[in-house]
Every structure is written in structure tokens, then in C-alpha cells.
Ligand binder design. Structure first.
Ligand SMILES: [Zn+2]
Length: 202
């Protein structure tokens, strides 16, 4: 192995990297390194980091690494294979799925902006870190979900509704086919926390 590229710092995606540290160059976003060290992630510390873009060419295959802003972490990158028209984007663009639980380690509204950056990229196949493959239409629909959820939670919060009341009232039927079902009320909780963090300054 020549390169080991971390999608972001979360342990479920990078644990065990030390096995390859003596044979591969470990690559990650600039922000990932401090988190991996600080949180003592059980893996190799990145040897090469980048801020915006980096290109790796190996065996005739080109892979473009790009930072698209904060979203599901402050160091998530995408890996684009131009010839294969494929984009690997881990954890911040679930395909036909709600967000993992209550938005741990999430940045809003940066996340929504990062999805618009991905929508402007050239690719056909979306490969997420979990679940089925998708297309650019899945990126658009997921961005609309975040916008719709944020708008609904904000509207009810501004009406003075409690979190319990908001969980009763927000339904978003457009996304009713998504799963897991028990993540939707947790998504409302997480979005409420993120929305409230930027309200009522005085
Ligand atoms: Zn993650």
C-alpha cells in the first residue's frame, strides 16, 4: 500500500491505520491531525495533510482530494475519481437515510454549504461511508432535508415551543420513506440543539 487516506477523524473509519504506517503515506485534512492526536484516536497520525486540495496519481488512476468545508466533522474530505466519475464522501451525505442519531460533531449551517460545494462537482456515482450507493440527486435531496428540518425546527422554536412539542409537530412527509425511523426524532433533537446555539443572544 502506498497511501492511506482518512476521510475524517472518527474512529469507526480510521481505527487500525498504524498497521500500514510503515509502508504507506498517511494523508488527511489539516484539521484532522490535531483531533486525532487530541482525542487519541487508535490509529496512525497523518504524515501529510492539506488544507484545500491534493491530487494523488497511482497506477494511472487519478484521485482528487478536496476539503468542502465543515459538516459532519471539521475535517471531512471528499475523494473524487474523475475518470470513473465517482465521488467518495463519508458520513456527511447519507443516501435515503436520516442523519446518524442526534447530529454528534456537526456544524450548521456550514454542512448545508458543503453540500452545495459537492453539488457543483463533476461526478455520477456517490459512494457514502455507510449504506447504498447514490447519485448527485441524493446530494440535492439530502441538502433539502437539512434545510427543511432546520426551517421547521427554527419556526417552532421561534414560536416558543418546547423540544417535546417540536418532536410532535415536525413530520417532513417528503422523507417518510427514509430510515432508520428512530433516528428522525433524534435528528429533530440534534437540529434543535444546533438551532438554539445561535438564538436568543440577548
Ligand atoms: Zn463520522
Amino acid at each position: 500500500m502506498r497511501y492511506l487516506v482518512y476521510s475524517h477523524d472518527h474512529a469507526d473509519h480510521i481505527e487500525g491505520g498504524e498497521v500500514f504506517a510503515d509502508t504507506a503515506v498517511v494523508v488527511a485534512h489539516d484539521n484532522a491531525k490535531a483531533v486525532i492526536i487530541g482525542e487519541r484516536r487508535p490509529t496512525a497520525v497523518p504524515q501529510v495533510t492539506f488544507s484545500d486540495r491534493m491530487t494523488i496519481e497511482l497506477g494511472g488512476t487519478v484521485m482528487e482530494l478536496a476539503y468542502v468545508g465543515r459538516n459532519h466533522s471539521n475535517n471531512s474530505i471528499v475523494m473524487r475519481f474523475p475518470r470513473e466519475r465517482l465521488l467518495f464522501a463519508v458520513d456527511f451525505i447519507p443516501v435515503n437515510s436520516y442523519v446518524f442519531r442526534d447530529f454528534p460533531d456537526a456544524y450548521m449551517p456550514d454542512w448545508i454549504e458543503s453540500l452545495r460545494v459537492v453539488e457543483a462537482m463533476d461526478f455520477d456515482v456517490l459512494v457514502p461511508g455507510h449504506g447504498p450507493l447514490g447519485t448527485k440527486a441524493n446530494v440535492v435531496m439530502f441538502r433539502e432535508y437539512l434545510e427543511d428540518l432546520r426551517a421547521e425546527v427554527t419556526r417552532y422554536a421561534r414560536e416558543g415551543k418546547s423540544l417535546d412539542e417540536i418532536k410532535q409537530q415536525v413530520t417532513l412527509p417528503k422523507y417518510a420513506a427514509w430510515g432508520p425511523k428512530d433516528w428522525f426524532p433524534l435528528n429533530i433533537e440534534g437540529m434543535y440543539r444546533l438551532v438554539q446555539a445561535n438564538r436568543l443572544g440577548n
